[in-house]
Design a protein around this ligand. Structure first.
Ligand code: BES
Ligand code: ZN
Ligand code: ZN
Length: 449
């Protein structure tokens, strides 16, 4: 610590509260000392909070070059600190036109004389870049971000990071019997598709981890139309898929696991037209299960069912995790703090919960058993897509999906309808999509042996 910093330690504004700071101005530079909290309470979570406070301060003072010194830190803390600064650097200005003043963002260079610190910081900034990549796609409005536009983003990601990408569209959807994606996407001028990404390290022979994302580029509810302004914001109904894309970005650029990871994005626009699928339609899925549509607004499970069938059929998966903005009910149950998740495999539960704890993207397990599965019995087909009794919607969603996953494959479904967007300008986030799931999945994959 230099003499200026030492002298700042006795300033009254520097208290024992994490985030309090003291500043010294000099002609050429300014020195800021920040309290990071009581030693025993300092961990990667507090490093994230401090990163957000520092990031906001640096932005307020329009800093351009910053040298950072952390006392006794480790890779994880440095990474967490920089992750917050990276997340704070996100804003979405692509669509500002001549009607608003352009605020030019200034680049910020972070520097540390300690190599260990620089490495951690680089890691955190790279993870934040993956989250921000996801947020950019998520934020893109539905007149641009239609299913094939999403496929283009996936193709570009694949090209840039050396992974592979295949898009099932048009006739291929019929050949592969992807009836859910086909039905949900039918009413829209923008055709639906199933996107498959694969990260495969050279020589890897193990079974892949499979990630699946609901990618509904706009959810009007279909003929069971959303009412009372419930449609506004439904461009974010693609956020499961956006999180999976962001996670693949992180997997291919930072995590680089020794085993393969496959991702499926089930992409469709749930629109209205004379050609729309209807309540009362019966759809036959790839695995032979027949579904009576009772509500076209319960469309996410229909597109996910196709992706889950494909994963089970074609990938010989080691495990499957799906992410989806599936139900308003999960928002009622858990609010914006925890995502609800469903999983009957103890090992997978444990791994997901550790990843959630480490990444700070919280998940809470909800129950799923045959009594809930029985709620979906149909008088005409095997199952209905939603029981009109208005009970346990998030569990009904998970119960529905379970019909499309082979029993012996460990599987988890994460309902992110409450957590995928931030509603206030606070911490490392501004209002808008927050890429929930990118860091959770990245950490989950990183922890797999
Ligand atoms: N996309 C919605 C769920 C949603 C709600 C996402 C709020 C984000 C915020 C989903 O497709 C939907 O409409 N679900 C219905 C299901 C119901 C008809 C069984 C819901 O939750 O009301
Ligand atoms: Zn819906
Ligand atoms: Zn939806």
């Amino acid at each position: 610590m230099d003499a200026t910093s030492k002298s700042l330690l006795s300033r009254p504004e520097l208290t024992e509260d994490a985030g309090s700071m003291a500043e010294d101005f000099n002609k050429s530079h300014r020195t800021i000392v920040i309290c990071i909290g009581k030693k025993e309470k300092v961990n990667s979570h507090s490093a994230k909070s401090i990163g957000a406070i520092v990031g906001r301060k640096l932005s307020a003072i329009k800093a351009k070059n910053v040298e950072i010194h952390f006392p006794e830190s480790n890779f994880e803390m440095e990474s967490s600190f920089a992750e917050s600064i990276g997340l704070l650097s996100w804003n979405y200005t692509h669509l500002r036109g001549t009607g608003s003043k352009q605020k030019s963002l200034m680049p910020l260079a972070l520097y540390s004389p300690e190599k260990k610190f620089s490495d951690g910081m680089k890691n955190g900034l790279m993870i934040a870049a993956s989250v921000n990549f996801s947020r950019d796609i998520s934020m893109t409005p539905p007149n641009i971000a239609n299913p094939l536009w999403i496929a283009k983003q996936a193709t570009q990601l694949a090209r840039q990071t050396g992974i592979s990408c295949k898009v099932y569209q048009g006739r291929a959807l019929q050949t592969e019997e992807l009836a859910g994606i086909e039905a949900v996407g039918k009413a829209s001028e923008n055709p639906p598709c199933l996107i498959r990404l694969e990260y495969k390290p050279r020589g890897a022979k193990t079974k892949p981890v499979v990630l699946v994302g609901k990618t509904v580029t706009y959810d009007t509810g279909g003929l069971s139309l959303k009412v009372n302004n419930g449609m506004v914001g439904m461009k974010l109904d693609k956020d499961g898929g956006c999180a999976v894309l962001g996670a693949m970005h992180a997997i291919a650029t930072v995590i680089k696991p020794k085993f393969p990871v496959v991702a499926f994005l089930a992409a469709a626009e749930n629109s209205v037209s004379g050609n729309a699928f209807r309540p009362d339609d019966v759809i036959k899925f790839r695995n032979g299960v027949t579904v009576e549509v009772t509500n076209t607004d319960a469309e996410g499970r229909l597109v996910l069912a196709d992706a889950l069938c494909m994963a089970c059929d074609k990938e010989n998966p080691r495990l499957i995790v799906d992410l989806a903005t599936l139900t308003g009910g999960v928002v009622t149950a858990l609010g914006k703090v925890f995502a609800g998740y469903f999983c009957e495999n103890q090992n997978l539960c444990k791994s997901l919960e550790s990843a959630a704890e480490e990444s700070g993207e919280k998940i809470w397990r909800l129950p799923l058993n045959d009594e809930y599965r029985a709620m979906l019995k149909s008088p005409i087909a095997d199952i209905i897509n939603s029981n009109p009794n208005r009970q346990a919607h998030p569990i009904q969603g998970a119960a529905f999906l379970s019909y499309f996953v082979d029993e012996e494959i460990p599987w988890a479904h994460i309902d992110i309808a409450g957590t995928h967007r931030t509603t206030s300008d606070k911490g490392a986030f501004i209002e808008g999509p927050n890429g929930f799931g990118v860091r959770l999945l990245a950490k989950f994959v990183e922890n797999i042996k």
